[in-house]
Ligand binder design. Sequence first.
Ligand SMILES: NC(=O)c1ccc[n+]([C@@H]2O[C@H](COP(=O)([O-])OP(=O)(O)OC[C@H]3O[C@@H](n4cnc5c(N)ncnc54)[C@H](OP(=O)(O)O)[C@@H]3O)[C@@H](O)[C@H]2O)c1
Length: 345
Amino acid sequence: MKYTRLGTSDLTVSRICMGCMGFGDAGQGQHAWTLDEAHSREIIRHGLEMGINFYDTAIAYQSGTSEQYVGRALRDFASRDKVVVATKFLPRTQDEIENGVTGQQHIERMINRSLQNLGMDYVDLYIYHMWDWQTPVEDILDGLNRVVQAGKARYIGISNCFAWQLARANAIADREGWARFISVQGHYNLIFREEEREMVPYCQEEGIALTPYSALAAGRLSRKPGETSERLEKDAYARFKYDATAQQDSLIIDRVAELADRRGVTMTEIALAWLLTKVASPVVGATKRHHVDGAAKAVDLELTEEEIAYLEAPYVPHPLAGVMAQNRPANAKEKHVWSVGNQKI
Ligand SMILES: NC(=O)c1ccc[n+]([C@@H]2O[C@H](COP(=O)([O-])OP(=O)(O)OC[C@H]3O[C@@H](n4cnc5c(N)ncnc54)[C@H](OP(=O)(O)O)[C@@H]3O)[C@@H](O)[C@H]2O)c1
């Protein structure tokens, strides 16, 4: 495994971050395909064996049970100071808004619940999961700064935002002397490269770390078009993000397969090696031991300039999908894709 410094922070992270959305009670939350605790522990233990020290979870994942599984496993298998734990908080609920719960109070509640779920007294990175259009950014930043001041989070990061939102937020934080966002977790992979318009150059300019999610397009970049898996069948949320552009994307996926054959490696290694030329540490979802092995191997694969250009050539701009498609002023009654109650998508 190789390691890097996370942006301007003093956190040293593996070049692969283990995405923990696939861990948690399948009966409680958004996904029906998640691993139970015993199997989640096996994957986390194997990640540690392979040198992965960076773990990404969220309070939203399976109603906090991902945080619980991850926290118990990391406490059992690693020293707290040898792992970098990231979790995320959700926007204020409609109930909280109606009951006058401020952004600051909401964040304090969220971090306390996450720390309780994790069984930890701090997280290394506390991530603003998705833009909350109903809460002033000043309240969010003040709330996050209080969390950092209280020692409950070492650093703050952000996910699913536009570059202008991050630039504005960090300018406010700088003006007020508050903690600023040191990392961005955006949706970025070979078949979804909209981050390259503004976010990637902005982060390079500012020394902000990119830790993109769905680095393998939820498995689409790991297998030839037409091949399937349990997750590809069951993960309706990912289908919702990728199905509309599947035909165009297959041109790129074919090139990933072709290069993998030529180099004698897996498609996963090619797709991740490409992303590793652009970012600090992709967040990779793993629910099988071989997923962890494939991701770890990608760190050692060097692509040539010609190979990178060949992979990139067929890309055409994509409409925003998933959470980013909902990053706009909210009609208070509109249900967010992440808050559809117990409906599994
Ligand atoms: N911030 C956000 O809003 C957000 C949103 C989504 C995800 N995330 C984070 O990002 C993480 C990753 O997201 P993701 O699971 O959607 O995306 P992903 O990493 O693009 O896809 C994971 C899938 O890729 C396949 N895969 C992984 N390694 C493989 C290997 N070595 N060989 C073959 N196939 C392999 C597996 O598919 P099969 O199961 O089909 O084999 C696995 O389920 C999550 O766990 C979460 O931490 C964050």
